[in-house]
Each structure stands twice: as structure tokens, then as C-alpha cells.
Design a protein around this ligand. Structure first.
Ligand code: PEP
Length: 250
């Protein structure tokens, strides 16, 4: 299976900076034997859609409304994302859960509406430091994923999952390959039980993945790629992670 490397730009970028970054990534990833996407702020979808034209770089959004359309000021619908070429939408990122009070149920609805519009939701799950220290990691990630499985039934085979320990996001503190693999194997088993077949769903690792640690994380049997925040903003770093993913292709 081809690994998937997805950049999460978060609330970063400018027309000039995006132009330079996307051109450099496209030039550097030519011929790469893995899938690559950038999840950009909504106002830049049109720009990046034009820049990526004719390349293998895929486009993603960082969120999607759980509503189809209507009086939801500030929200962006799945059909709008689709019109601008989004192939992926991150849902349930811990920053959305924390700062926008997104519950497991809301995240599940977002995954559902993305799927209905042919967009692959990248469903983020992950425990806080307090939860890890209390020995609750598995319980938390399984609960978060169960909500999405429950709401999406057989469509679940079409999702991607990102295990992102909250304590590792933007902190420079990365889960060890063994810690990440342990949680990925739990998520893999949960997905297998839900789908009833062994078709592989991408399970990405996210949390301070960078050029130096990517290879050892991506070498783990159940780590199918990465969701990359800070390091996706620097073309050289992002390209090194892409190169590591190509080498580690399972
Ligand atoms: C993220 O926000 O999805 C993320 C993984 O961030 P970082 O790589 O900066 O820790």
C-alpha cells in the first residue's frame, strides 16, 4: 500500500508563501512512490487547486461543516470543498475539539457528510497527556473512533484515520515508534472488526513528525503515513518526510 503524507498547514500561509511552497513541493516530489496532500486554509483552496493542476499533489481542507447548507455563518460545506477539488478533509483535529468544543458526535457527522460528497475524511483521534498518564490512551482513542464507525457503517472503509497524541502536537515531543505502533495496532484491530474484511485503511501518525524522526515512525507495520503540521510549511523538511515514506512503503 502506498503511504500517505498529508500536510496540515493550520492557519498559516499567504498567497506568495503558498506559491513558493507548493511549487517547491511539486518539483521535489516528482516520481514519488507515495501519495501526498496538503490541507490548506479554506481561502487558499482555489489558489492551491490551480497550482497543483497536472501534478500528483492532492488537495485537502482542514475542517468541514456537518451541515449541508444554510444559515451557518462562517462554515464551509462539503459541496463547496468538493467544487474546489478537495480530496481530503481533516475532521476532529484536537485543536477543533479543544477550541471549538467539537464532540465525538459532531466529528462523526463531519466524517459522514464528507463521505457523502466523495471526500475522504482524515479522522483525528488522540489522547491528552493526562489521559496517557492515567493509562486511558486506548479507551480514549477507541471511543473517538467508535463514534465515527457507529455513524458511518459500511462507508467506514473509505475513511483515513490519524493518530495524533495531543501532547505531541506542535510540542516537539514525538511518540516513540513503539508507542505509536501500539496505538495504531489497536486502531487497526478496531477498524478490521468494524469492516469485517482486511482491506487496509490508512492510519497516519501525527505529532511533531519531522525529517529526523519520520523514517523510524514510518517503518512501523501499522503506520501508513503521516499528518504533518509544522514541518509541512518548509518544503525541504516536507520533502524529506515524503522521501522517507517512499522508502518505507509497506
Ligand atoms: C497537526 O497539527 O496535525 C500536527 C501533527 O502538528 P505538528 O506536526 O506541528 O505537531
Amino acid at each position: 500500500m502506498r503511504k500517505l503524507i498529508a500536510g496540515n498547514w493550520k492557519m498559516n500561509g499567504s498567497i506568495a508563501a503558498n506559491d513558493a511552497l507548493v511549487r517547491a513541493v511539486i518539483a521535489g516530489m516528482a516520481g514519488a512512490d507515495c501519495s501526498v496532500a496538503v490541507c490548506v486554509p479554506a481561502p487558499y483552496l482555489a489558489q492551491v487547486q490551480m497550482l497543483r493542476h497536472g501534478s500528483a499533489l492532492e488537495l485537502g481542507a482542514q475542517d468541514v461543516s456537518q451541515h449541508e447548507q444554510g444559515a451557518y455563518t462562517g462554515e464551509v460545506s462539503a459541496s463547496m470543498l468538493k467544487e474546489f477539488g478537495a480530496r481530503f478533509a481533516i475532521v476532529g483535529h484536537s485543536e477543533r475539539r479543544q477550541y471549538h468544543c467539537e464532540s465525538d458526535a459532531v466529528v462523526a457527522d463531519k466524517a459522514k457528510i464528507a463521505l457523502a460528497h466523495g471526500i475522504t475524511p482524515i479522522v483525528c483521534v488522540g489522547e491528552t497527556l493526562a489521559e496517557r498518564e492515567a493509562g486511558r490512551t486506548e479507551e480514549v482513542v477507541k471511543r473517538q473512533l467508535a463514534a465515527v464507525i457507529h455513524a458511518n457503517g459500511h462507508c467506514i472503509s473509505e475513511i483515513a484515520v490519524a493518530y495524533e497524541p495531543v501532547w505531541a502536537i506542535g510540542t516537539g515531543r514525538t511518540a516513540t515508534p513503539e508507542q505509536a505502533q501500539q496505538v495504531h495496532s489497536v486502531l487497526r484491530a478496531q477498524l478490521k472488526a468494524a469492516t469485517g474484511h482486511s482491506e487496509r485503511i490508512h492510519i497516519l501518525y501525527g505529532g511533531s513528525m519531522n525529517a529526523a524522526n519520520a523514517a523510524s515512525l514510518l517503518a512501523q507495520p501499522d503506520i501508513d503515513g503521516g499528518l504533518i503540521g509544522g514541518a509541512s510549511l518548509k518544503a525541504a523538511d516536507f520533502l524529506q518526510i515524503i522521501a522517507a515514506a517512499c522508502v518505507a512503503r509497506a
